[in-house]
Design a protein around this ligand. Sequence first.
Ligand code: XUL
Ligand code: CO
Length: 437
Amino acid sequence: MTEYFPDVGRIEYEGPESRNPLAFRHYNPDEIVEGRSMRDWLRFSVAWWHTFRGTGTDPFGAPTLLRDWNDGTDSLDAALRRVDVAFEFMTKLGVPYYCFHDRDVAPEGATARESAENLDRVAARLKEAQEETGIRLLWGTANLFSHPRYMHGAATSPSVDVYACAAAQVRKAIEVTHELGGENYVFWGGREGYMTLYNTDMKRELDHLARFMHMAHDYAQSIGFTGQFLFEPKPKEPTKHQYDFDAAACLNFMRQYGLTDFVKLNIETNHATLAGHTMMHELEYASIQGVLGSIDANTGDLLLGWDTDQFPTDIYLATQVMLVILKQGGIAPGGTNFDAKVRRESTDPVDLFHAHIGAMDTFARGLKIAAAIRADGVLEDFVRERYSSFDSGIGQRVESGQATLVELEEHILDRSDITLCPSGRQEMLENIVNRYI
Ligand code: XUL
Ligand code: CO
């Protein structure tokens, strides 16, 4: 069998002192952290679209990432060959999961039927490769944004024929995700938004989108797919405004349309920052509402205003992510999917390994640091103490819903000894976090 990365062997854990750039220094899959292996906490996944289809194009430039396995055609042969490439890469990397859009793995045909047949052909090969390697599908999804027919949106398109194209694609993508044992199915609203409200009936578009998601769930149930549905927030790009703006907007939509029983959120770092939030904010918000389902791990660039999808290397960021995930007790059946691409100047296939190794090590460090911070207990204790006036007396009555405004007024009316909050100690807490980094 052809080897596509002949110069790279299996990536091993060599420990923090290793100088080998093709080894893990922190990701040690069997190492136990808070009672669970790193492999199980992190549930890493490779994104098919960036890693095996990425060409390095940008709005100003042609492809720079010329891979042996991408012959410039979107043929079925090339698609089948790419399965070998992907599984060699993922096996050498030691990653347990991958994710794909239908059109990443198989070419679009002239009709929906032909596209479905292409997908079946590749899916059969994916299934074999999964069985041979033990690598599994974290999630599948449908690309409802690249084809020109989706220029006005897919499940929010004003054309019912386009809406039906999207439905056909999603039905097939759910079926294939199910056949491959996928643990989740993702909705990212690629173009579900608008460029101008002058031509948009927002109410009808939102109604249609919600109906679409319900129909997808109904279909999934009819074939016995019990995986988790995930909605992925992103505020803009490509449209001026996307309906899945951020975690709060998605959750409001899910509640409004009765979707919370079966949909959770897939939170992506660069999307959080585009929405003007930190990743930790989005994760914390989703987690406290019980809808944090999975993570698209990447990072943006402070100086570029778009979704640059870089590999995460920031240890603070990974620590903050892992603090939320540890507190939640894990992310399964979701995972940590690297929705990230190498820079267009990083032209060698080996750069794909460097990128993933660095990102995996960053998250492994984040995991270890977050666990150490939690073991110390100082942040948790500080926060608990900060709210302790609500633990008893009138505070406890507020939390249990018994107190009234009048009672609160009585509590305070004639007192001159009001207990203010003690210092927030932000700087001290930041210093404490630094102790562990
Ligand atoms: C685009 C993006 C998507 C979704 C899946 O910004 O994040 O790749 O993750 O459609
Ligand atoms: Co994403």
